[in-house]
Design a protein around this ligand. Structure first.
Ligand SMILES: [Zn+2]
Length: 186
């Protein structure tokens, strides 16, 4: 049976190496132990949902289809190691976008909460029992607004940060270990 809570995970810097404006598959590097972490969540039927701001679209560097292609590639690489992300939600907007149709102050761009709310609805999970993991204040602030449990991970660009999260760990694998312990699953 699928669990009634989800784990919402940031993408750049948490799943894959944060290189500014990732737009080419050749620049995609999955971080160490990410597949191992996601495999554990899969094993316990906990929905694994990526929530990501992608102003790279608003900047005109990549189309929505291009982003989806990167997401398929991430899952393809993970699946080779037995792990699977259940879904990806992305915000293509930015208030100062080059591309006019994406130049808005939207409600989805984190720390906005619209993507989490949509995902919670789609997966039938309770936000207050769910977890938000990320390496930016945007993830943690969104998670706090929603009343989720927040876990910050270190950033490959900025190192360990003080983000006012409920928990602070080094990486996604440590975050997942903490979740499984809290949920008494191991
Ligand atoms: Zn948006």
């Amino acid at each position: 049976m699928r669990k009634k809570f989800a784990v919402f995970i940031d993408r750049d810097g948490t799943i894959n190496l944060d290189v500014d404006n990732l737009s080419k598959i050749k620049d995609l590097t999955i971080l160490p132990n990410v597949s191992k972490a996601i495999t554990l969540l899969n094993k316990f039927h906990i929905p694994v949902i990526v929530i990501t701001n992608q102003p790279v679209i608003a900047r005109g560097l990549l189309t929505k289809e291009g982003i989806k292609k990167i997401h398929r590639e991430i899952n393809c690489r993970l699946q080779k190691m037995g792990a699977k992300i259940d879904d990806f939600y992305f915000c293509p907007h930015h208030p100062h976008a080059n591309i006019e149709k994406y130049r808005i102050t939207c409600i989805c761009r984190k720390p906005g909460t619209a993507m989490y709310k949509q995902a919670a609805k789609d997966f039938g999970v309770e936000l207050k029992k769910s977890y938000v993991i990320g390496n930016s204040f945007r993830d943690i602030d969104a998670g706090k607004t929603l009343g989720t449990i927040t876990i910050s991970v270190a950033s490959n660009q900025k190192g360990v940060q003080n983000l006012n999260s409920d928990y602070s760990v080094k990486n996604l694998y440590q975050a997942v270990e903490l979740i499984l312990k809290k949920e008494k699953l191991r």
